[in-house]
Design a protein around this ligand. Sequence first.
Ligand code: ATP
Ligand code: MG
Length: 378
Amino acid sequence: MTTNNKCVLIHYGELSLKGRNRADFEIRLIENIEKIAGGRVGRHRGYFVMEGGDSSLLIKVPGISWYAEAIVAENDPETIIALIRDEVGRMSQGPAPSFGVFARRPNKKFPHTSMEFARVVGDMVTADYGFTARLRSPDISIFIEIADKTYIFFEKKEGLRGFPVGVSGRVLSLISGGIDSPVSSYLMMKRGCRVDLVHFHVFAENAALRSTKMDLIFRRLNEYQRETRVFLVPYYPFESSLLRLTGAAGHELVLFRRFMVSVSERIALRNGCTALVTGDSLGQVASQTIENMSLVRQAVSLPVFQPLITYDKQEIVDYAKKMGTYELSIEPYKDCCSIVSANPRTRARMDRVLEFEKCMKIQDVIGETLDMVTLCQL
Ligand code: ATP
Ligand code: MG
């Protein structure tokens, strides 16, 4: 067999697609696949075919529902049966396994119905190799898709599903060294957003981030969208103005969170992001009561999305393990919040918060901080 009849068949979630959205979805998905998996992708009616590239990377591309390494054939029954005979022959060492044939025929010009053709193929496998037909969890599954061409494959791999990055706009995600915010960033990607990242850090220089675990977390997330923009923001202007403030015990965390979203909103507006994203989960820590989240939310006008708001910690951990950031997130790291949050109040008061911000000259602190932001393009 020559290698040029091999390809990767890619299916996406077409049910939710309508009208113009569909073309946009398909074009974005093709671009994203080519960027991440490196192959050449051809567009067919309702599916794609990738030639070349690294199919193991397709699991990192949001918008794919499933994919399979396939053999391509012309839509000719004799050719298809001969190819399947060859392939099954290669698998037939050892005791006779059970097998099932699963045929689909989106192309109605093919001379047999999918049921008829599955039976013909099944009869051939039984007659030539003595395998036992069994449709429920067989040892070998033979999939046949008769479309623009015919695709024969033996394993279907689950994709990430969701939407291709880019079809839902651009957002700015606040990312810490914790477990949650890498997951919330990833979930927004999976919903079709291009996600820029912003991280506030304790170092004197933005460049110091390069040798920390944060850099690895950024790169891991970048595997799902590529060309990620990361905004690095020093937190010391805020810290020094907080140190001058008296009587604010217990309010620091809300003040810090309001400062972070305010700076992030300005970065978002300057860089074409139309919403902010955080990793808050209701009730998980003191700053995540409805009262405190509301105080934070009122510091900005852009929408703030919180994809994890109803998730419990174990669900978030499971996600983080699956998408590959958990092991990085649990590494030690000096995050700003661990410094700010000595003993946070669960219900800060807006009048006090505004008073403290006035004393801190928060607008000046925000301005000073914005002058120190740097952008890294991954
Ligand atoms: P995470 O695991 O994401 O840090 P958390 O449960 O520790 O979440 P907090 O530390 O209160 O909760 O942070 C809530 C959210 O605020 C984070 O999910 C993140 O979106 C944002 N955030 C916290 N610290 C930073 C930071 N240093 N830089 C940018 N965003 C941050
Ligand atoms: Mg945290």
